[in-house]
Every structure is written in C-alpha cells, then in structure tokens.
Ligand binder design. Structure first.
Ligand SMILES: NC(=O)c1ccc[n+]([C@@H]2O[C@H](COP(=O)([O-])OP(=O)(O)OC[C@H]3O[C@@H](n4cnc5c(N)ncnc54)[C@H](O)[C@@H]3O)[C@@H](O)[C@H]2O)c1
Length: 306
C-alpha cells in the first residue's frame, strides 16, 4: 500500500468528475495530465482545474501557490501523454462503447504494472474488464460529486482485479485524504444501491400518504443525521437520473428496485428536481425549496397522497 500519490497521474475526460479527480491529485503532489476528446474540451478541462486550484489556495486548503500547482497540470488530446503515468483514471461519459474503446486506447500506451481505473458510477467492472488486456491492474475508483467536498471513494474490485491493485488504489485514495471503501463488483456498488433503496422507499411513503415530503426528509436528517433528506436529495440529483438508476437496478437485482409510479409520473411531467425548478419540492431562484403540491400527479399514479 502506498501513502503517496504516484508521481504522474493521468485523467481521461476532464469534465465534472475528471477535473475534480485531477484537482485532488494535483493538491496531493502528483503531476497530472488530462486528455480530452478535442482541444476545446481539453482547454475547458484545464480552466476548470485551474479555477478549483485557485479556490483551494484562497480557502487555505493548501499551502502551495496556484502557480506551483498549475505548473504540474497538463491538458491535451493524445493519450501518449499517459505513458509515464502509474495511474490513469477514466472519466468519460457513462456509455459502455465509449468507455471500452477509451480504456483500450489508454492501455496501449501504459507501462505494464500501471493501474487503469474507471470512475463509472454504474457499469459493471467485470463487463469493462472483458475489454482490457490486463484485468488484474484494472479497478473501479468511484469518486463522488463534487470531488473536493466528498470524503469517500468506492474502490470497486472486479473478479480479476489483483489484491495488489486494490491495495494500491486504496492507498492512493488515502493519499488524497479521502476514505476508501472496498466493494466487490455488484450493480450499484454499495453507495448507489443503498442510496436508491432509501430514496425509492421515501417516494413510496409520500405516494401512500405516510407523511409529507418535509417530514419524511426531516426523519432522516434529524433522526439519522443524513445531511440531506432522501426526497430533497432526489431533487438535487435529478429525478430522471434516479429513475434511470432504479430501472437499471430493477433489471439487475429484481423488483425491489422497481421505480414507484409517482417517480415515473413526475419525470413524465418534466418535474426533474432542482434543474427544472420543480420535483418533490419547488425550487425558487435563490430561495429555499418548499414542498410541491403533488395532488394531481399522485392521483395519476392511482395512489393516495396527502
Ligand atoms: N456527475 C456525477 O455526479 C458522477 C458521480 C460519480 C461518477 N460519475 C461518472 O463519471 C464519469 C464522467 O461523468 P461526468 O459527470 O464527469 O461527465 P462530463 O460529461 O462532465 O465529462 C465527460 C468528459 O469526457 C470527455 N470525453 C467525451 N468523450 C471522450 C473521449 N472519447 N475521450 C476523451 N474524453 C472524452 C468530455 O469532453 C468531458 O470533458 C461517468 O462515468 C459518470 O457516470 C459521475
């Protein structure tokens, strides 16, 4: 296990998650190379990381200067730049075809022994491992959004991931001052599976009239010290996103993850949560959310609502 980050870290796809991963490894002392699909995307990725670095310096999260940190940041479009990396984290969009092609391209330039990690939030590690030549050095590193504010990384080991690869990934997570949980490859890993289970039950309770949205959320924030209640969290993540994950888990794990009719009705009505201004709550610009009136929609589901 390593208490240090690798000297060189590669990040494929410098979007929301990739730029966060790059920022975390830069702060921990690595030289970080981001590769994105074209010059514009690579430039945007670099700008995102530079902004995040400047914020960290302003907040006093690091004693290094922004200039020192960004001197170790590179962004481009050719995966050949990953050749010196001991770790590459893939963070391209959640699409099996895109990811398998990208992983193969990266593996072609990596030195034997380098670890190739994927930040997939739902795709099976074993499924992706079927497309790489060295599955023993392939592992999931599931970062959470936003990366700088999140304390957790799920290290997801596939059937072929070696103990050494798992230990190195766990050590690197600790070196960027986050906590690793090691999870065997399974649909939804640990975090999404538990989070969705609570979220779906909260929607069913709302539809059955057990309690209103604010009371259901308070039961978890005050009763269980969750930072956000399950219905408000569903609004923040996006009802459409959570519906997609629930459908996937229902296919993989059975009917206990079947999405409630109320969730489907809200998505069909375009009530997707904060991003559309309305979900289980109404989200006024700059104001505090208030529980939405779901009477009409709940009746569409054929279930009682209060
Ligand atoms: N957003 C989240 O909350 C979250 C949380 C955990 C994990 N994830 C996972 O992280 C991954 C990335 O998600 P995101 O939200 O950062 O997406 P994003 O759309 O913000 O970023 C994707 C990046 O990949 C780049 N890209 C696309 N095709 C590419 C290619 N062929 N080669 C190189 N770069 C390419 C895009 O230009 C973009 O910069 C997904 O697998 C997602 O499931 C997302």
């Amino acid at each position: 296990m390593s208490g240090q980050v690798p000297e060189h870290v590669g990040v494929l796809g410098g979007g929301r998650m990739g730029s966060g991963v790059a920022h975390a490894f830069l702060l921990a002392g690595a030289t970080v190379t981001i590769v994105d699909r074209d010059d514009a995307a690579a430039g945007a990725a670099r700008d995102r990381v530079v902004r995040a670095v400047e914020q960290s310096v302003a907040r006093g999260t690091t004693t290094q200067t922004a200039a020192t940190l960004t001197a170790r940041l590179h962004a481009g479009t050719d995966v050949v730049a990953f050749a010196p990396a001991r770790l590459v984290v893939e963070a391209v969009p959640e699409d099996v075809g895109l990811k398998t092609a990208a992983l193969r391209r990266v593996e072609d330039v990596l030195a034997p022994g380098a670890v190739l990690a994927t930040n997939t939030s739902s795709i099976s590690i074993d499924l992706l491992a079927d497309h790489v030549r060295r599955p023993e050095t392939f592992v999931g590193m599931h970062f959470f959004n936003p990366v700088p504010a999140s304390a957790l990384v799920e290290v997801v080991r596939g059937a072929a991931t070696s103990d050494e690869t798992t230990d190195r990934a766990r050590g690197w997570v600790e070196a960027i001052r986050k906590t690793a949980v090691v999870v065997n490859d399974a649909p939804g890993f640990a975090s999404s599976r538990l989070g969705i289970a609570i979220g779906l039950e909260a929607v069913r309770m709302l539809a059955e009239g057990v309690a209103g949205a604010a009371d259901i959320d308070a039961a978890m924030t005050l009763g269980y010290k969750h930072p956000v209640g399950p219905l408000q969290l569903t609004d923040l993540v996006g009802l459409d996103v959570r519906l997609g994950i629930a459908e996937y888990l229902a296919r993989e794990l059975g009917p206990r993850f079947e999405p409630p009719a109320l969730l489907r009705a809200l998505v069909a009505a375009g009530h997707l949560g904060r991003k559309s201004g309305r979900g289980f709550y109404v989200w006024p610009d700059g104001g505090a959310p208030t529980p939405a009136d779901l009477t009409g929609l709940a009746s569409l589901t054929g279930q009682a609502s209060r």
